[in-house]
Design a protein around this ligand. Structure first.
Ligand code: IPE
Ligand code: IPE
Ligand code: MG
Length: 257
């Protein structure tokens, strides 16, 4: 252990990024909240009841995130592909989002959470866009934690939007003497939905599915992946604790030795 510690100090002194083994605390978590539909189906309930139970689970898990001092949480609440679900389910989800933002945001504002939405606004019901804007401005100055809600979000759409923004600026930049290598990782990141968002240290996906489903494609490059068999409405504080404990046991290398 002592040798390991001094090895870490040596690496840190040389400017390597700290590996997350040996009890490292996770600060940035991303969650694919999956399994609401199966949860409802198993209970013989309509799918909307599963989504409602999923919203309650989010509240519980956020509470635990606040308790353990997590600084950033990004949750996948609706993907660009989720529009392909039955119209009735999509409508129920939109109503639920409007209701949840209205009822939950004042409370999470009290708790010092900054709320930001990532994803496209096109196609989103106007009332929901209004509530999203209101939630973002109400909580803009909070510093205890940032909750990013990925809504109408797709990783490919986000990357495409960034490419389009860079392409739109390119003619003027080239005319002013810039070269294409001015587009480096930092410049690209500045064109993402939330440029200040950190790369998640840990990605949690519930429901046993082991895939990314178009979530944070750029940001997850080196995230640790954790898959829970629990359906999202059954996921709670102790499950989060388990995921964080597993994270603390991982050794992150970032491609280095
Ligand atoms: C995740 O639960 C919530 C959304 C995608 C909006 P699902 O609705 O995908 O649940 P399963 O995967 O069908 O069980
Ligand atoms: C990902 O789950 C999106 C959200 C949790 C919001 P899906 O249920 O839509 O993903 P797939 O279809 O199983 O890949
Ligand atoms: Mg699903």
């Amino acid at each position: 252990m002592a040798a390991f510690k001094s090895w870490r100090r040596m690496r840190a002194a040389r400017g390597y990024r700290e590996p997350a083994a040996g009890g490292a605390v996770c600060r940035y978590v991303a969650i694919v909240m999956d399994g609401n539909g199966r949860w409802a189906q198993r209970k013989g309930l309509p799918v909307a009841a599963g989504h409602r139970a999923g919203a309650r689970a989010l509240r519980r898990v956020l509470e635990r995130c606040l308790d353990v001092g997590i600084e950033e949480v990004t949750v996948y609440s609706f993907s660009t592909e989720n529009w392909n679900r039955p119209a009735e389910e999509v409508a129920a989800l939109m109503d639920l989002f409007i209701e949840q933002i209205t009822t939950q945001v004042p409370d999470i504002h009290e708790r010092g959470v900054r709320v930001r939405f990532v994803g496209r606004r096109e196609g989103v019901p106007p009332l929901l866009v209004e509530r999203i804007d209101a939630a973002e401005s109400l909580t803009a100055l909070n510093t205890r934690m940032t909750l990013y809600i990925a809504f109408n979000y797709g990783g490919r759409a986000e990357i495409l939007d960034a490419v389009r923004a860079l392409a739109a600026r390119a003619p003027a930049a080239l005319a002013a003497g810039a070269t294409p290598d001015a587009i480096d990782e930092a410049a690209f990141r500045r064109c993402l939905s939330a440029p200040e968002m950190h790369d998640p240290e840990l990605l949690i996906r519930t429901s046993g599915e082991q895939r990314i489903s178009n979530f944070l494609l750029w940001q997850l490059a080196y995230s640790e992946l954790y898959f829970s068999p629990k359906l999202w409405p059954d996921f709670g504080g102790s499950d989060l604790d388990e995921a964080l404990a597993e994270y603390a046991r991982r050794l992150r290398r970032f491609g280095a030795r």
